[in-house]
Design a protein around this ligand. Structure first.
Ligand code: ARG
Length: 467
């Protein structure tokens, strides 16, 4: 798509009636949004067709004019789609670029399209339609990511790994359980997306500049034609509101934060020191100098994209926070933030879905790590409470002494001889070894939402039915 910036000093052909000369070059540069809002061309044309159709239906314009307008707009749509449309910076934005082209194509009838509307409700409409589509796309992508985790969780419902707090070995868990933690996170993100779609599902068109219009328009008709639940209820709010864009960015930021935590885990897990997973060649890169390296670049970039998305959220919140009602030109700066964040989010979800599906899980390494670091110490304490009747605090103390002994001997808890354990507390019997293995520890945690394979399978079934 070519962009032209002719140098003429004539006033703007769309709104230049009261202006004697054209804008200063700097004015044109700061004012123009065509460089980025051309992305809204399809939404703009859909909105205009719905508006023109409604105007004709209400007898505000003639059917002949409406037909010319619709035909012209469809021509413009194919011109833009095929790259045969010349965008002009002098015409500021996508709305005026399309309308000016319409005038060239169909003549004076084009001038009737802008009856009973303003660029203020027009841009609110176009942008809402765009954000709605993006949210719908995000919803689908999150469903794909959740499906990838459900498959991995099912495959690894029994695979033990160390569970961490403070990134220190805490208690054994299953890798399936860990995967299901992400299913919960992305499930919440998806439900936030669904709520956001519900919030924005109102049609702005017909609010006009800010006060509504004296023409007998039918906003319910345009709302329906454009796939909205209903029209917005306050024309001032309609042209002032960018909550839908901010909500998208907030959801993108939260989802990005989840993706980034996953990315961070993958970076850690794929180090030779951990060796829990191996990334596929498709999602890693080599080093130009160190032949042994396999770098998790995609995961690192997902982690970095989160910074960009957060920046977009803060930028738009800041742009909006001081604006009096109704429209101010500041609001033109909303689009780049949303476009950039949407691109980053889509890429990040796609990359993580691919990585999760493709990575090789090293169950032997995970199991070995799960058994080290005295991860079953809590199980020993629980056994002392259950079988020897000790108060938990005392059991904790006894277990601490056992851990210290194992540490000094350089062995695991399960490797301490019974005599050593009995020297610490006489009530300990050889039955204690049943709970000191990681498998026994994991299988015992059957509380709702716990890590026992039986419980993890229940949660997988729940999410399969929901996904
Ligand atoms: N390009 C403008 C934007 O993105 C369209 C609305 C302009 N409205 C106006 N009153 N100048 O916000």
């Amino acid at each position: 798509m070519a962009e032209s910036n002719t140098d003429t000093k004539s006033s703007n052909q769309m709104w230049g009636g009261r202006f004697a000369s054209g804008p200063d070059a700097i004015m044109e540069e700061i004012n123009a949004s065509i460089g980025f809002d051309k992305k809204l061309f399809a939404q703009d044309i859909r909105g205009s067709i719905a508006h023109a159709t409604m105007l004709a239906h209400q007898g505000i314009i003639s059917t002949e004019d409406k037909d010319k307008i619709v035909h012209g707009l469809n021509t413009i749509l194919s011109e833009i789609e095929s790259g045969n449309f010349e965008f002009s910076r002098q015409l500021e934005d996508i709305h005026m670029n399309i309308e000016a082209r319409l005038a060239t194509l169909i003549g004076p009838a084009a001038g009737r399209l802008h009856t009973a509307r303003s660029r203020n409700d027009q841009v609110a409409l176009d942008f809402r339609l765009w954000v709605k589509e993006e949210l719908e796309k995000t919803e689908k992508m999150l469903t794909g990511l959740i499906a990838a985790f459900l498959d991995r969780a099912e495959e690894h419902a029994e695979s033990v790994m160390p569970g961490f707090t403070h990134l220190q070995t805490a208690q054994p868990v299953t890798f399936g359980h860990h995967c299901m933690a992400y299913v919960e996170m992305f499930g919440r993100d998806r439900s936030r997306v669904r709520h956001a779609i519900e919030h924005l599902d109102e049609s702005p068109i017909g609010a006009a500049a800010l006060a509504g219009t004296g023409y007998p328009i039918d906003r319910h008709m345009t709302a329906k034609a454009l796939g909205f639940r209903e029209p917005t209820r306050n024309s001032i709010d309609t042209v002032s509101d960018r909550d839908f864009a901010i909500e998208f960015l907030a959801i993108a930021a939260i989802t990005g934060m989840h993706l980034s935590r996953l990315a961070e885990e993958i970076v850690i897990w794929s180090t030779p020191q951990f060796g829990f997973v191996r990334l596929s060649d498709a999602f890693s890169t080599g080093s130009s100098i160190m032949p042994q390296k396999k770098n998790p670049d995609a995961a690192e970039l997902v982690r970095a994209k989160t910074g960009r998305i957060n920046g977009s959220l803060i930028a738009l919140l800041t742009i909006m926070k001081g604006l009096p009602l109704a429209y101010s030109k500041d609001m033109q700066e909303d689009k780049e933030q949303v476009f950039d964040a949407a691109e980053s989010l889509e890429l990040a979800i796609a990359a993580m879905t691919g990585m999760v599906r493709d990575m090789t899980v090293n169950t032997a390494r995970m199991k070995a790590a799960a058994g080290s670091g005295f991860s079953t110490a809590t199980d020993l304490a629980d056994w002392l409470v259950r079988e020897a009747g000790l108060p938990f605090r005392d059991a904790h103390h006894v277990t601490g002494r056992a851990v210290a002994l194992a540490e000094s001997k350089g062995c695991d808890l399960a490797e301490l001889p019974l005599a050593d354990l009995q020297a610490i507390h006489s009530a300990i019997t050889d039955k204690v070894y049943d709970v000191l293995t990681v498998e026994a520890s994991v299988a015992s945690r059957k509380s709702f939402g716990g890590t026992a394979p039986s419980e993890v399978r229940k949660q997988i079934a729940f999410w399969r039915a929901r996904n």
